[in-house]
Unconditional design. Structure first.
Length: 305
C-alpha cells in the first residue's frame, strides 16, 4: 500500500505553517481550502445526475438506495439516509446507510473493519441486497477494501453500482458503473479526509437524495410536500408549505391540513383544483403522488367536460 500516490494523502503546501499562524489566519487557511470543494464537485455533475436517475428508477420500481462506507464516509451515508424520512416522508427502508463495523462504528472507530473485503459483501447480504437496489460505495481514498467488497458483490447481483471518491483512477472508480470523483486535492491537515473530502461527499450525497426525491414527486416547486410533522417546527412548516403552494391564509391552510388528515400534498391539490377530499385523493394516487401530474390530469378532465 503506497498512500503517497493518493492526492488526499499528500502534503498541502498552502498549510505548512498552520501550527504557527494566528487563530484567525488558521481559519482563513481552512476556509480557502473549503472553497475548493464545490468547484471539484461541479466537475462531476454529469455522473451525479446519472446516479440520481438510477436511484429514482430503482425506488420507483420497488428497489432501494443503499449507501456503504467506513469511518467518516460510512457515517455520512448514514446521516444522509436518516434524514430522508422526516424530510421527504419516506419509509426508513427506502434509503439505507451501512457502515463497516456496524452500529458501534457510528460513534467510535472499529479497528480493522474497513480492511475487511468480505465484510462489505456480507453486510449487503444481511441487508437483503438485490439487483433491484442501487449501491453507492463511499470512500475518499477510493481503495477501501470493505467498500470494494460491497461493490463487487453488488455487481455480481446485477445491480447498478455508484462510487464516490476523491482520488482519480481509483479501484472503486474503475469498478463502479457510475464513478463520481471529486478531486479536492491535499487536505489542510495531511490525510484528514473528514475535511475537504468529507465535505465533498456530504455535498454529493445531498444532491443524490434531493434529486432522487424531486424525481419521485416528493417536491412540488421547491417545497417538500411530503415532510413528516414530527415536532412543532415541522407542524408549522407543513402549514406554511400549504400556504406558499396555494396562497391560502393560515386559517384556511390549517383547515385544509385537518381535512386531508395531515397530508400536505392532498391539502394542496384540494385547494388548487376545488375537488373534494376523496376525489382529490384518488387523483393523487392515480398519479403516483406527483402533484404536477395530478394537476395536469385535473385540467385535462375539465377541458374534456
Amino acid at each position: 500500500m503506497d498512500l503517497t500516490k493518493l492526492t488526499t494523502e499528500s502534503r498541502n503546501l498552502d498549510t505548512l505553517d498552520i501550527d504557527r499562524v494566528s487563530t484567525l489566519e488558521m481559519m482563513r487557511m481552512l476556509n480557502r481550502e473549503d472553497m475548493k470543494v464545490p468547484l471539484a464537485v461541479a466537475k462531476s455533475l454529469d455522473r451525479i445526475a446519472e446516479a440520481v436517475d438510477a436511484a429514482a428508477a430503482a425506488i420507483a420500481s420497488g428497489g432501494r438506495l443503499i449507501y456503504i462506507g467506513a469511518g467518516t464516509s460510512g457515517r455520512l451515508g448514514i446521516l444522509d439516509a436518516s434524514e430522508c424520512p422526516p424530510t421527504f416522508g419516506t419509509d426508513p427502508g427506502m434509503v439505507v446507510g451501512i457502515i463497516a463495523g456496524g452500529k458501534e462504528a457510528i460513534l467510535a472507530a472499529v479497528e480493522g473493519a474497513e480492511d475487511d473485503f468480505a465484510g462489505g459483501a456480507s453486510d449487503l447480504v444481511s441487508a437483503g441486497f438485490t439487483k433491484s437496489d442501487v449501491l453507492v460505495g463511499i470512500a475518499a481514498s477510493g481503495r477501501t477494501p470493505y467498500v470494494l467488497g460491497a461493490i463487487d458483490h453488488a455487481k455480481k447481483t446485477g445491480a447498478v453500482t455508484v462510487s464516490i471518491s476523491c482520488n482519480p483512477g481509483s479501484a472503486m472508480a474503475q469498478a463502479a458503473d457510475i464513478p463520481i470523483v471529486a478531486e479536492v486535492g491535499p487536505e489542510a491537515i495531511t490525510g484528514s479526509t473528514r475535511l475537504k473530502a468529507g465535505t465533498a461527499q456530504k455535498l454529493i450525497l445531498n444532491m443524490i437524495t434531493t434529486g432522487t426525491m424531486v424525481k419521485l414527486g416528493k417536491v412540488y416547486s421547491n417545497l417538500m410536500v411530503d415532510v413528516s410533522a414530527t415536532n412543532e417546527k415541522l407542524v408549522e412548516r407543513r402549514k406554511n408549505i400549504v400556504m406558499q403552494a396555494t396562497g391560502a391564509d393560515a386559517d384556511e391552510a390549517s383547515k385544509l391540513i385537518e381535512l386531508s388528515l395531515g397530508n400536505p400534498k392532498l391539502a394542496i391539490l384540494i385547494k388548487l383544483t376545488g375537488l373534494g377530499k376523496d376525489e382529490a385523493s384518488r387523483l393523487l394516487d392515480k398519479n403516483s403522488g406527483y402533484i404536477l401530474r395530478a394537476l395536469d390530469a385535473a385540467e385535462n378532465k375539465l377541458r374534456e367536460e
